[in-house]
Design a protein around this ligand. Sequence first.
Ligand code: GRF
Length: 222
Amino acid sequence: MRGERLGLRGLQPHLALVRGHGKSPGMKLAFFASHRGSNMQAVMDACKEGRLQTEPCVVISNNSDAEALQRAEREGFPHYHLSTKTHPEPEQLDVAILQALERHKAEWVILAGYMRKLGPKTLAHYRGRILNIHPALLPKYGGKGMYGTHVHEAVIAAGEKETGVTIHLVDDEYDHGAIVAQCRVPVRDEDTPTTLAERVLACEHRFLVETLQRIQTGELKP
Ligand code: GRF
């Protein structure tokens, strides 16, 4: 397994960096991402630049080609491809995911563009400490099939004047758990799903960092 080989080797340079800033490491974050991983990158950048006192500790993807895994490699974080390809039985996969999280002492789990549901063991272990970011104002425009451009197409088709970003706790239904924080984004008359997606994504990057910071300081208690 590619990430296994990296093991702690990938983690140490980052710890050194945090120490170098003279700040104590904050809460340890595990990221799950299936594709691009730009939200995860926004958090990693904020941590590196000292704008956010959290500590990414492991990245997991169900997609071995995910750009998110390449980003993790580049940034020096342990990363794993864990999917039905590596673990065909759902229960095995759930256990492997939980073991990876525990191995790297993850305290919070951030689903940032993860296109799978977590298994019952992982959900139970991290209940109340798993967040998902969604590119709309839930409970509208969420649920199965509401991902990527489909969300923005539906928002425009419905004639909405505003959309936004939702960060919520994760349960066993897609886009369903308690809402932790939301921010609004205007929909313009001339918007296409592409232009709207860009505006919402830029907001996601800022808002995820800001929300994690509020959780880290205790200002926001999910
Ligand atoms: C984001 O729009 C997020 O809200 C949704 O999936 C997308 C992931 O984008 N859940 P990225 O992989 O973080 O670039």
